[in-house]
Design a protein around this ligand. Structure first.
Ligand code: DGL
Length: 248
């Protein structure tokens, strides 16, 4: 089976990595809209328009299903994408909530959601969690972490200061943190350390793998091939991919 993975840029490679480490498909077609990243600062109409253009891109590849690795796209464009696509389209928010729910044993636990401005403003995570009955939900827009990760800063003083800037007003260490942005798994160790390694971290890539297995997709014995495409500077994206994925 051939799966498409769509992201606003390089960040979705964290989801591709999970799909390589836990192979469910023979082939991954990755498309990053590197010409127009970030999506997390755009308004909903723009995010939907760009996402529909991605459907047109994937129409050239005869994919069996599409995963929108991007949380921002998952928050705004999933319904419209599903109406246009001729294959199933999965986002990462539902799997993220599902993963959290399977790891947390009480609705009283405190949940911190960190994501782009657009994802936080969509309230998708917050609403779905409150509908499930979670009472202690906090959300913080941490969009500046995106360019920091893109810059390859995954630990050290600059990142620590940025985490402090975003998290300094948190009084109690959360029980779980939803990494509601593709880039954040790359700094999950630093985030975890900031909170004394106490919270459970929810990672979109791991969540979608478990979610798809639960839907009946089976683990394969061999790793998938991956082809990387981008709307700008595909050479740079392929370099990032070979470094991050340590695979191609
Ligand atoms: N891929 C985006 C997300 O997961 C982060 C980068 C962006 O703002 O486009 O929300």
């Amino acid at each position: 089976m051939r799966v498409g993975v769509f992201d606003s840029g390089a960040g979705g490679l964290t989801v591709a990595k999970s799909l390589i480490e836990n192979p469910l498909f023979d082939e991954i077609i990755y498309y990053g809209d590197t010409a127009r990243v970030p999506y997390g600062t755009k308004d909903s109409n723009t995010i939907i328009r760009y996402s529909l253009e991605a459907i047109e891109f994937f129409n050239n590849f005869d994919i069996d299903l599409l995963i929108t690795a991007c949380n921002t796209v998952s928050a705004y464009a999933l319904t419209t994408m599903r109406q246009k696509a001729t294959y199933p389209v999965y986002g990462v928010i539902e799997p993220g909530i599902w993963a959290l729910n399977s790891k947390i044993n009480s609705l009283d636990r405190s949940i911190l959601i960190i994501a782009t401005r657009a994802t936080i403003n969509s309230k998708r995570y917050q609403l779905e969690l409150s509908q499930l009955g979670y009472k202690n939900i906090e959300s913080i827009q941490t969009g500046m972490l995106v360019p920091i990760v893109e810059e390859g800063i995954l630990e050290g003083r600059v990142l620590d200061e940025m985490l402090d800037y975003y998290f300094k007003d948190i009084n109690k260490i959360p029980d779980a943190i939803i990494l509601g942005c593709t880039h954040f798994p790359l700094i999950e160790d630093t985030i975890s350390k900031y909170f004394n390694n106490q919270p459970i971290l929810i990672h979109s890539g791991e969540a979608i793998v478990d979610f798809l297995i639960n839907k009946g997709y089976h683990k394969l014995n061999s790793k998938p091939s991956i082809k990387i495409f981008a709307s700008d500077n595909v050479v740079a994206l392929r370099e990032i991919a070979s470094y991050w994925l340590n695979y191609i």
